[in-house]
Each structure stands twice: as C-alpha cells, then as structure tokens.
Ligand binder design. Structure first.
Ligand code: ZN
Length: 309
C-alpha cells in the first residue's frame, strides 16, 4: 500500500514539475542508480525528490530566520531564498517561481526589513524553480539583476507572462558583487546548467568570521543525458569542473539552492538552542561527496548503456 501511494505521488510531482523546472526532458522514470555515502543511500530519483520535495513544499514558506551574520532565509520548504542585509540595501539570492514572490516579500517584512530595499538580485542557476521571479522582483523593487555569462541564454529564454528576464550585469567566474559592507564571489560550478553559480561570502557572527557557500547545484536530475548528448556535449566535463571547484572551497557554513542540501529541516529546530547549527563544515563535504558519487554512478550507467568507456 505504501509503495502504491509513493508511486502516485511521484507521478503527480513530475506531471507538475517536469515542464516548469526545465529538467532537461525525461525519457524514463526509473529510479536510476543508487549510491551509499557516509551511511546514507539514495537512488538518483530519490535524491532529486529530496531536493524538490512535494509540490506543496515548493510554495510553502519556512518561518523566515537568521542563518548567520547578515544572512537570512526567506524561502520555502524546498526552494531556498537568501537575503543578505547591508547598510546600503539588500541582496536577494533566488526568487523561485513568480507565484512565490509575495511570500518572499512577506518573509522579508516579517524579519523587519523592507522589500523595497532590495538592490541586487542574484541566482543559483537558470531553472524556473530558482529564477522565474527575477523579472517580477525587479519590477517591484528596481533592483539590478546579475547573472553568470554562461547562464544568460537560458535566463533570457525564461519569460514568465512575456516579461523580459532582466540581466543588468553579466558576471564571469571569480567576479565579485559588493554592496555596503558585504562582498560575494561568483564561482562557476557548471553541469546542472552551463552557468550554475555557487556564491561565497564571509559572515561575521559573535566576533568571528565564517566562510559561507551557497551551492548552486550539482544534482544529476533524472532525464539529464550525460553521454552522447548533441544538445550538451560538454555536460559531464562541466560537472567535473564544478566538483573540482567546490572541493577547492573552504566552507564553514554550507547552504544551497534547495534547503535539503544543508539539512535545514534538522537544523531549524536547533536555532537559538546552542551553537549555531548552520556551522557545519562536515555537512558541506558530505553533500559534495553524495552529489559526486551520484554523478559518477549516473555517468557510468549511461556510458555502459551507450557502450562507451
Ligand atoms: Zn535546477
């Protein structure tokens, strides 16, 4: 009975999410390979499902909260949105779907900040579940939208309600974005999309400085074709480039485009009850280990199926 229920849920999630998330087309809905890392086992399908959650999770707010320093969470149960607050205005990282923009505005106001103080819009990667709302937020706040060059074509193809996707500044790997007292660095971590971006910044909290990373995504979604893909012949090499980059970063506070990438559900109840639960360098390495193991398993399976080494 349980299995039947799960299957029904999966089918309905894909019916809703596959077209809007631009997941790259789905040939089959098999679970894909499974990997076990640090005692945790996921199939390709289950890891993807962990990230996107159920349909309601994408549109249901998590109580807005401080992460660390001047970084706040204003997103939903499965789609992360971060607000970086500075004396010169605020930076919004990810807008998710347009329908979530009022929810994000409300979360920002619940924290005592002003939505109109949003000066810069940044994003994790050019998929609708993370950046569809950029144009609407720009319309409402006048903020400048900045994007990694390699993601610009995919972003410009994203036109909710016919609105032009805003790109006010084009970024390249290693570029920095400064507002007030805060500087973020844009790291190109491609594969999931060509311009998938991992953001790093320093957060000062209780007199200490912490290295924060917002992982763009290194998820290998069901339907991604890593071998012999004429539309994206370099995708596997791009992922390898991303893993090298991510492993070169020293990270105290791992965050990500989906809150499950850093176990928000486990950390949220611990807020204010001891050490800051978001300080979790081991969690960063564990997440990269899982994502890379899955990527390698998916690549190996597709290479075997295609008869290539
Ligand atoms: Zn994505």
């Amino acid at each position: 009975m349980k299995a039947v229920t799960a299957a029904v849920v999966l089918v309905s999630v894909f019916a809703v999410s596959a077209p809007v998330l631009a997941q790259g087309g789905r040939g089959n809905q098999a679970p894909g390979p499974s990997v076990t890392v640090n005692g945790q086992t996921f199939s390709q399908q289950a890891l993807f499902q962990r990230n996107i959650g159920g349909p309601d999770d994408m549109y249901t707010a998590v109580p807005p909260h401080k992460v660390i320093g001047n970084i706040y969470y204003v997103g939903t149960k499965s789609l992360a949105v971060f607000l970086v607050v500075t004396p010169a205005g605020n930076i919004l990282i990810n807008t998710t779907f347009e329908r979530n923009v009022p929810l994000i505005q409300k979360s920002i106001e619940q924290l005592g900040f002003k939505f109109a103080d949003t000066k810069i819009i940044l994003g994790s990667h050019a998929h609708g579940d993370h950046q569809e709302g950029d144009a609407m937020v720009k319309q409402m706040t006048g903020a400048q939208a900045m994007a990694m060059a390699e993601d610009v074509p995919a972003l410009e193809a994203m036109k909710p309600g016919g609105k032009q996707h805003p790109v006010d500044r084009v970024l390249h790997d290693g570029d920095t974005v400064t507002l007030g007292n805060t500087t973020l660095t844009a790291h190109l971590t491609p594969g999931h999309t060509h311009g998938c971006t991992t953001w790093t910044l320093k957060a000062n909290d209780n007199g200490k400085s912490y290295d924060v990373a917002i992982i763009g995504s290194v998820g290998t979604n069901p339907g991604f074709k890593l071998v012999n893909n004429p539309d994206n012949p370099t995708q596997a090499a791009e992922y390898q480039q991303a893993f090298r980059k991510l492993r070169s970063l020293k990270v105290d506070v791992p965050l990500g485009s989906h809150p499950s990438m850093y176990n928000l559900d486990k950390k949220f109840p611990l807020i204010g009850k001891g050490p800051n639960p978001f300080i979790d360098p081991a969690g960063y390495v564990a997440e990269i280990d899982m994502a890379e193991a899955m990527f390698k398993a998916v690549l190996a399976e597709q290479q075997k199926a295609a008869g290539v080494q």
